[in-house]
Design a protein around this ligand. Structure first.
Ligand code: N01
Length: 540
């Protein structure tokens, strides 16, 4: 292996590619596919040993997409869309992994992918208008374009708890299950975290664990997925309407095919409001918070949805004390809503115990478990479902240097700044897929990846047709884009929560709302830029 790499180093020092892509998730794979189709020379580097990105790393028990699978899939090829069978409404991780592997095989993408290799640095050489990209294997490649598709939720974060490293059992992060994994059958398990990952993994582990302790700092809102196996008739019906399904989704702010009710929560009677919430709850999924048009805009309207979920928790959880401790007291949806498969029901099991960290905080971790203010919890496995350094973590892991050797880390010191979520002033010919300043995190990420990659590849083609060598975001346009994002966010409840959307889950991270809130509007901005011949960029 080492020998092969050394040979490649020598060879690639002389090779100049059209593009280097980082990451073989939904965005990176599609970027590779599109560039290949345009006859471009391209290499993709992937840290894992298979494609799939998020769905490669997050293979923890219970991992499942919270967007219907027929939508959370590529739309660029009708044949692929028709031939692939999603067996369930919300697919579990193995089906998603199989899908991305199939895409890599079907379109012959593997030859250009170098697995188990991280890009450690990328430096723009102004004299040659080329990116010099270095991997952890020591390989150096030169490329005209540098495409970062590392994903907005891929850099796991761990809490800082005294004594963590002394634990003699198994410690594993949900976002690194692939490599670290854990067998929990008949074991004593502690799960830290009640976000989407914690709410998904805990009910699944509880089925076989001897004892499961769920350590909760902030109670979460969660709605049932109402997942189901799709029968042949349903699949045939959905597939015959695929174009309409996609069109409907693309018209939504989230690029998700949910029915948004534009009516305000107080424009209907109390009975009607409850009926609508109940209908959404029974249907399942993220559409719950689209029950009324103002749930993300008005705190009082939001409270009506929050109260409904709180009442559901009271009905589901048999022990009233446990139900009280599970009661969320924040705005619903301001942190990403969890979509679960039996999360609240799990607390009715004899082998599950809720540890409320607000009244019983963790003091330290020792060799045999977790010490809280109320005593020692004996554990064999600790699962960290503690989230990710969202949007910027995986990008800034790479030492990226643009014009004048300027570090991206320094440029983003007070928060990520981009233009169209795609480019950064001072970093010519660098593109980000599903990055900060795009609707990533709030929109269907596969649809968004297609939108962005199509824009990037068209842009590269256009630059070449114009006989130019560089495209770069203009500082003023970038500042203006940042202001637009803030103005949009300030009209909503999103900035009010301490969520990963604003970076509040990472100690010391500057607080910025990092997403664009309106996919159709975002598409219009990207399209306008392309139609103007990228007049809003510096093209030379
Ligand atoms: O991470 P999170 P996640 N002590 O940041 C807690 C996507 N996703 O991996 O709220 C104790 O949401 C923290 O507590 P608090 C989805 O977009 C999707 O669950 O900060 N607890 C919180 O409860 C999602 O939003 C799916 O008080 C600590 C939890 O850890 C995003 O990924 C599945 C702690 C982290 O929640 C991230 O979800 C999974 C500490 N020191 C993920 N530090 C699908 O369904 C942190 N916590 C598709």
């Amino acid at each position: 292996m080492l020998q092969k790499r050394e040979k490649t180093i020598a060879g690639d020092e002389r090779q100049t590619l059209d593009a280097v892509v980082v990451g073989a998730g939904a965005g990176g794979l599609y970027a590779l596919l599109r560039l290949k189709r345009e006859g471009r020379t391209v290499r993709l580097f992937e840290a894992g040993s298979e494609v799939g990105g998020t769905w490669y790393w997050n293979n923890y028990p219970g991992a499942r997409v919270d967007v219907p699978s027929l939508e959370y899939s590529y739309s660029f090829d009708r044949a692929l869309q028709q031939e692939w069978v999603w067996p369930e409404r919300y697919s579990a991780q193995p089906q998603l992994q199989a899908y991305f592997s199939h895409v890599a095989d079907r379109y012959g993408l593997r030859d250009q992918i170098t697995f188990e290799t991280k890009v450690v640095s990328a430096e723009f050489d102004e004299s040659r208008s080329l990116w010099k990209v270095r991997t952890d294997g020591g390989e150096v490649v030169w490329a005209r374009f540098f495409i970062v598709a590392t994903g907005p939720l891929s850099e796991p974060i761990f809490p800082k708890i005294e004594g963590m490293s002394t634990f003699k059992g198994t410690s594993v992060h949900t976002g690194r299950w692939k490599t670290d994994g854990a067998d929990v059958a008949h074991k004593r398990v502690g799960v830290i975290g009640t976000g989407s990952s914690g709410a998904q993994i805990a009910p699944e582990l509880a089925k076989t664990a001897r004892k499961l302790h769920l350590l909760q700092r902030t109670p979460a809102y969660s709605v049932p997925s109402q997942n189901k196996v799709l029968d042949a008739q349903e699949i045939a019906h959905l597939k015959s309407n695929y174009d309409a399904i996609r069109e409907h989704a693309r018209a939504n702010r989230s690029a998700l095919g949910i029915d948004v009710n534009d009516v305000g929560a107080f424009e209907v009677s109390e009975d009607e409001r409850q009926r609508i919430f109940e209908e959404r709850w029974q249907y399942g999924g993220l559409g719950f918070t689209a029950a009324f048009g103002d749930l993300y805009l008005d705190v009082d309207a939001n409270k009506t949805a929050a109260d409904f979920v709180r009442q559901k928790i009271r009905e589901i959880v048999e022990d009233a004390d446990v139900a009280d401790r599970l009661m969320p007291d924040t705005l619903i949806g301001a942190k990403r809503l969890c979509v679960d498969n039996g999360y609240f029901q799990m607390f009715n099991r004899d082998n599950v115990e809720l540890v409320d960290l607000r009244e019983n905080p963790v003091l330290e971790i020792d060799e045999t478990g977790i010490v809280t203010a109320q005593g020692h919890i004996d554990l064999d496995v600790i699962v960290y479902a503690t989230g990710f350094d969202a949007f910027t973590g995986s990008i800034l892991k790479i030492d990226i240097r643009g014009r004048g050797g300027k570090e991206l880390k320094a440029v983003w010191d007070s928060g990520p700044r981009t233009y169209l979520g795609l480019c950064v002033a001072g970093f010519p010919n660098m593109f980000i897929v599903n990055g900060p300043g795009s609707p990533a995190g709030l929109a269907n990420m596969v649809t968004l990846a297609e939108t962005e990659v199509d824009w990037i590849v068209d842009c590269i083609q256009s630059i070449d047709r114009q006989g130019k060598s560089e495209i770069e975001a203009i500082q003023e346009k970038q500042d203006c884009w940042g202001r637009t994002l803030n103005e949009m966010a300030e009209q909503t409840i999103y900035p009010l929560a301490n969520s990963w959307y604003v970076g509040a889950n990472v100690p010391g991270k500057p607080r910025n709302f990092m997403s664009h809130l309106d996919y159709p509007e975002y598409v219009r901005s990207c399209r306008a830029s392309a139609e103007s011949g990228y007049a809003d960029f510096r093209v030379e």
